[in-house]
Design a protein around this ligand. Structure first.
Ligand code: TXA
Ligand code: MG
Length: 347
């Protein structure tokens, strides 16, 4: 399936024609690559779910290039939404608010709200403009898998399921947008992401969602599923993963092929362990940008187990930890790692 350079206007025109005629286009945003279709065309949107093998209960984000486009999507523009949009659009912030009836139900999974964001990427913005319609797009990966931050990662996952992939190199932010629900009583954080909580709190107070972590179809934001963003090899999140602790663990399982997703530099790694560093400078923005690509790289080595080191939960660290927790399916600590290994008959 062809990858087209986003720098060429002919690629953008081809992609826009595909959107207008009800096809799918994978395109870069500042967060991750999206798999887009005309948001107002339910048949086109259905193709997204089929290509990703995504369950229909998981609603999509609608991408716009102009703030006035919300008029066709939301019933009105509450003051709080306006202030947040002014502060963070274009950018990695998605706002969920009451939808108008013309927004197809397949986009919102039948909810009475629709998620909207204006991406901060010239290719995404130009594609939306040329298509002349808002574009519904989830991350361009198979459902439940690691989000793609390069065109190649999209191809690895979706293969021949998409006819057009626009390539603009690696995504700048690297984790998906922050999802906020706007209600009369204020705003609720549904998913931490590219806009840090600290920045949002300068505009308004933010409540945390108290949604239970279930796999039910009644959930308010399925991005909150406990297992998501998962690599093929099992991952376990290890708080306090130091060099000494890792050495002891690796020595107990000398035949185990280990991979470690690391935040703190380690000078000596056990022989049976491959390391992927998120940021040698210990910079959380860089760590976010490298997160999914590093997970994919480690996963491609087909290790028996991936250990992920915990990061500080401030700034982009909150979104990173959310993704690591879900990529680990909620497994935390060496006890859980050993439990996994017992199941796999490792001694
Ligand atoms: O950065 C991003 O947000 C990327 C790029 C492509 O824009 N998109 C993305 O889409 O991450 P997706 O489908 O992987 O995640 C969308 C999240 C899901 O957690 C979904 O449940 C939530 O947004 N969502 C969408 N519409 C919603 C709604 N009406 N109410 C609550 N949550 C909603
Ligand atoms: Mg996704």
């Amino acid at each position: 399936m062809p990858i087209y350079p986003a720098s060429k206007i002919s690629s953008l025109k081809l992609a826009a024609r595909s959107i207008r005629s009800g096809g799918l286009v994978a395109f870069p945003t500042e967060t991750v690559y999206g798999l887009g279709a005309d948001a107002m065309n339910p048949t086109a949107v259905a193709k997204i779910f089929a290509a990703k093998k995504r369950p229909f209960f998981d609603p999509l984000i609608v991408h716009i290039a102009d703030i006035n486009a919300v008029r066709d999507l939301w019933t009105d523009m509450p003051l709080l939404a306006q202030r947040l949009a002014e502060a963070f659009w274009p950018g990695p912030l998605t706002l969920v608010y009451r939808k108008r009836s013309n927004v197809p139900d397949i986009v919102t999974a039948g909810l009475d709200t629709v998620a909207v964001r204006m991406p901060d990427h010239p290719t995404a913005l130009e594609l939306i403009r040329l298509s002349g319609t808002p574009i519904a797009a989830p991350s361009a990966n198979l459902f439940g898998r690691t989000s793609p931050t390069t065109a190649q990662a999209v191809r690895d996952d979706l293969g021949s399921r998409v006819r057009v992939i626009l390539d603009a190199g690696a995504c700048r932010v690297g984790v998906e947008s922050t999802v906020l629900k706007i209600e009369t009583r204020g705003v609720t954080l549904l998913r931490p992401g590219g806009v840090p909580l600290e920045a949002l709190r300068k505009i308004c107070p933010v409540r945390f969602s108290s949604q239970p972590k279930t796999k039910s179809s009644k959930m308010r934001s399925p991005g909150l599923l406990e297992s998501h963003y998962a690599p093929v090899s099992p991952m376990v999140l290890i708080p306090g993963l130091t060099q000494a602790v890792l050495k002891r663990f690796a020595a107990r399982y000398p035949k185990l092929r280990l991979a470690c997703l690391l935040w703190t530099p380690m000078t000596h790694l056990p022989r049976n362990c491959h390391a992927g560093y998120l940021s040698r400078r210990r910079n959380l923005t860089e760590a976010a940008a490298k997160l999914f690509e590093t997970i994919r790289k480690l996963d491609k080595m087909k290790p028996d187990l991936i250990l992920a080191q915990a990061l500080p939960k401030r700034a982009l660290g909150l979104a990173i930890m959310d993704r690591l927790m879900k990529a680990s399916s909620g497994r935390v600590g060496f006890n859980q790692a050993e439990q996994l290994l017992r199941k796999g008959d490792w001694k």
